[in-house]
Design a protein around this ligand. Structure first.
Ligand code: B16
Ligand code: MG
Length: 219
């Protein structure tokens, strides 16, 4: 099967461009402590790329709460998270991310954001990189969250590209699964146990050059 030419990249946010995972952890931890629930950093690892409601469900395990209480807990955690992200600045960009976004644009290719977070817009504003994205797809864009492919399909459609023309860059197993089920090209960042299903696996974006990525993907 011929490999179609890459025309755009869809970047996940948390764990790819910046590390908001620590702030999500602190928000969930505070909520869990207040509710007398156990929640560790290791538990937080399982919430990578998982949307807010589903994350809360994983923390609550088999406990049953009325819908009103669920909504209140999600809002409370988000209030804590919003307090933490007020501190975000361009210093919080992960190494290599901005450089790669710029290189992609200079090469005439397109960039989209594909984040499960409803706060993604605010985070990229604070990071000072909003202008580097042609399209922003976030937690408000679709109903079905990762591992469904909907968010990335939304981003590709907005870019005017087919999934086969887009490379999804993700740090979460749920994100790689979402990309693969939508027939996207995939780059996984992090350990093989987490992103082993990606076409190309890298530790992070530090020093990563567009030409090398395209070469590796068109092998
Ligand atoms: P919010 P990503 C995801 O971001 C985070 O990895 C995940 O931990 C978080 O629960 C989710 O966003 C929703 O975030 O509560 O701000 O809507 O990795 O898809 O960029
Ligand atoms: Mg992520």
């Amino acid at each position: 099967m011929a490999v179609s030419k890459v025309k755009g990249f869809i970047f996940d946010l948390d764990g790819v461009i910046t590390d908001t995972a620590e702030y999500h952890y602190r928000g969930w931890k505070r909520l869990a402590d207040e509710e007398g629930l156990s929640f560790s950093r290791e538990d937080n690892e399982h919430l990578r790329g998982i949307a807010r409601r589903e994350s809360l469900m994983l923390i609550l395990k088999d406990r049953v709460y009325p819908e009103e209480k669920i909504q209140e807990m999600m809002e409370r955690k988000n209030r804590y998270y919003l307090e933490f992200i007020k501190e975000i600045s361009p210093r919080d960009l992960l190494p290599g991310a901005k450089e790669l976004l710029e290189e992609i644009r200079e090469a005439g290719l397109k960039n989209a954001l594909g984040s499960a977070s409803k706060n993604a817009g605010e985070v990229i504003e604070r990071l000072g990189i909003r202008a580097l994205f042609d399209v922003v797809s976030d937690g408000h864009s679709v109903e079905r969250q990762k591992p469904a492919p909907d968010l990335f399909l939304h981003a590709a459609k907005q870019l005017g590209l087919t999934p086969q023309e887009c490379v999804v860059v993700e740090d979460a197993a749920a994100g790689i699964e979402a990309a693969r089920s939508g027939s996207f090209r995939t780059i996984g960042l992090g350990p093989r146990e987490r992103v082993g299903n990606a076409e190309l696996i890298l530790p992070n974006l530090a020093g990563v050059k567009l030409v090398d990525l395209l070469k590796a993907l068109d092998h």
